[in-house]
Design a protein around this ligand. Structure first.
Ligand code: S3P
Length: 447
């Protein structure tokens, strides 16, 4: 019998081979998942600009937080060697980021670049140059550049200042009430971080609620925020004193999502995923899977360092199609690729709408999922702003590509668990952006 999961490395990239023919018939055991990516970025950033020492337990060691750490080290923050037990960040104090001697490289990380731009734009008398990898250099930055310019920022870049590399000449910014056209936590957080240095109040109103980790953590570090849930508005009072804190990062529900779907679709499965962040602005995946009649229970619910956490138990069940749209979308924005996999194994037609944002993620996730799942025999149609998936076709193994997108690589690997024959996921190393141990956990639950 060939191994179920194996890796082949060549000079530039990694192939992940999955051959489920010898798969017993279950995904079993108890697993831990890596730290939340969004919270990891914010802990590093707030630690870097606060006074005193921040300790971070459970930091995600993926490539994206490493990019954030490297950028803030280059601006004077002392960040100890990264590990997931405990690291320390010696902050510079609000307004004291130093002008870096070189380009700030955000790598593949949209969160690093967009949140950091708010801080850079509000540091007078310094010049910052920001770049990223080829994927990030093609992603829209105008969504943060425009509101920052309304606050008085000076930013230059290609295509009418919308694409990195960007040059930022820090300024004393002024307050704003920004009505964001999109529900984006990156946009909201960028403006709030810029507002830290403003004399006055900065308000962001968004069309639907996006993840609120910045709001929670800013409060914990000492900022004053008023939240108006009725209008999805948050108001930050400028020039607070931010003091270093102890941050405990919960497991990333966006990483747990791969195992939730793996256990839901593979017959006989019973899996316990420990220590998952279940902040209500992130649990859209649980709501969608509940609509699909997945068998998922929350155990041991608690609050850890201001974020709700639970253990999730998931067992196999026959999934049903559902419709995913509207306000639910921002609460499961990163889980749509893996939900498309779940839908391919569900009874009936699943429709995902209002998700045009997926076209400007690390790849065009609507196009890529339609093409790659299509190669496996799924009945999947790309819509302008979503996907239509008629479940129930038997999937077959195929030669697939991650398009260097971490969530695509992992979603396709999970689809392969329930396909006949061998699947090869090319450029599978992309998973390390958010989940360095993805393949070893996959091997663990299949044994
Ligand atoms: C993130 C916000 C989301 C999400 C991304 C992380 C964050 O992006 O897709 O992976 O940490 O704020 P948008 O704000 O662009 O929707």
């Amino acid at each position: 019998m060939p191994p179920i999961v194996s890796l082949q490395n060549d000079a530039e990239s990694q192939k992940l081979l999955i051959n489920p023919s010898s798969l017993g018939n279950a995904v079993k055991g108890s697993i831990a998942i890596p730290g939340d990516k969004s919270i990891s970025h914010r802990a590093l950033m707030l630690g870097a600009i606060a006074e005193g020492t921040t300790t971070i337990k459970g930091l995600l060691l993926g490539e994206d937080p490493r990019s954030t750490a490297a950028c803030f080290r280059a601006m004077g923050a002392e960040i100890s060697e990264l590990n997931s037990q405990q690291i320390t960040v010696q902050g510079v104090g609000l307004g004291n980021l130093q002008e870096p001697q070189d380009l700030l490289d955000a790598g593949n990380s949209g969160t690093t670049m967009r949140l950091m731009l708010g801080l850079l734009a509000s540091h007078p008398h310094r010049l910052f140059m920001v770049t990223g990898d080829s994927s990030l250099r093609s992603r829209p930055m105008s969504r943060v550049v425009k509101p920052l310019m309304q606050m008085g920022a000076e930013i230059w870049g290609r295509k009418d200042n919308s694409l990195a590399p960007l040059a930022v000449k820090g300024q004393q910014l002024t307050s704003i009430h920004y009505y964001s056209p999109i529900a984006s936590a990156q946009v909201k957080s960028c403006i709030l971080l810029a507002g830290l240095m403003v004399d006055g109040k900065t308000t962001v109103t968004e069309p639907a609620l996006s993840r609120d980790h910045s709001e929670r953590m800013l409060r914990a570090f000492g900022a004053t925020l008023d939240i108006d849930a009725a209008t999805n508005s948050v108001t930050l009072t400028g020039q607070p004193t931010l003091r270093g804190q102890q941050v405990i990062v919960p497991g990333d529900i966006s990483s747990a999502a791969f195992w939730l779907v793996a256990a839901a679709i593979v017959p006989g499965s019973d899996l316990l995923i420990a220590n998952v962040g279940v902040n209500p602005t992130r649990t859209g995946i649980l709501e969608a899977l509940a609509m699909m009649e997945a068998d998922i229970t929350r155990e041991n619910e608690r609050v850890v360092a201001g974020e709700p956490v639970a253990d999730l138990r998931v067992k196999h069940s026959q999934l049903q199609a559902c419709e995913i749209a509207g306000d639910l979308i921002p609460r499961l924005i990163d889980e749509i690729p893996i939900l498309a996999v779940a839908a391919a194994f569900a009874r009936g037609k699943t429709v995902i709408k209002d998700a045009a944002e997926l076209r400007v993620k690390e790849s065009d996730r609507l196009a890529v999922m339609a093409t790659e799942l299509g190669k496996m025999g799924a009945n999947i149609t790309e819509l302008d702003d979503g996907l239509e998936i008629v479940g129930g076709n038997d999937l077959r193994g195929a030669e697939l590509d991650s398009f260097t997108d971490h969530r695509i690589a992992m979603s396709l690997a999970i689809a392969a668990l329930n396909a006949s024959g061998q699947t090869t996921v090319h450029r599978a190393e992309a998973a390390s952006i958010s989940y360095p141990n993805f393949v070893s956990t996959l091997m663990q639950i299949l044994n």
